[in-house]
Write a protein that binds this ligand. Structure first.
Ligand SMILES: [Cu+2]
Length: 162
């Protein structure tokens, strides 16, 4: 029991920093993935990094998600193979590579007539230089804090045993 706790704390020490560095974005926030929403404005205050995740939330089959190229995005050309669409209504997309990513809804004229399209620019893994330093400080303080907690817990358990 006591050693289980230590194990959990040790795992947290390793895992926490990586969780803190990857962000998850609900596309459109509480509006979700829908028609007549300004996704361009939604992206304005956001910086997307490799490793971050997008979550498209909607009620299927009202919408779906196709990842397309720039020209298909511009002209709302829906891919012919429906198998390429994400359709769960809670579609998680991990941003694996840097560069522009384009997403459109393939249902009816949602893209062409209702602006249900999203373009983002994903930048290289790890935050830009300045924020990076801040993140590093934060995550290493968390690590130190947890390490201290583990040490304290270990000492307290020893006291209890003897
Ligand atoms: Cu749609």
């Amino acid at each position: 029991m006591a050693s289980n706790l230590l194990l959990v704390l040790a795992i947290c020490t390793i895992v926490l920093p990586s969780i803190a560095l990857a962000a998850e974005y609900i596309v459109g926030d509480t509006n979700g993935w829908t028609i007549d929403f300004n996704y361009q404005a939604w992206t304005n205050d956001k910086v997307f990094h490799v490793g971050d995740r997008l979550v498209f939330q909607y009620t299927p089959p009202n919408h779906n998600v196709f990842k397309v190229n720039g020209s298909s995005f511009k002209d709302c050309i829906i891919p012919s193979s429906n198998g390429d669409a994400l359709t769960t209504g809670n579609d998680v997309v991990t941003l694996a590579t840097p560069g522009k990513k384009w997403y459109i809804c393939g249902v009816a004229k949602h893209c062409a007539e209702h602006g249900q399209k999203l373009v983002i620019d994903v930048i290289e893994e790890g935050p830009a230089p300045a924020p990076s330093a801040a993140h590093e400080v934060v995550s290493s303080s968390i690590r130190v804090f947890i390490a201290v907690m583990v040490a304290v817990a270990a000492i307290m358990m020893q006291w209890n045993m003897h």
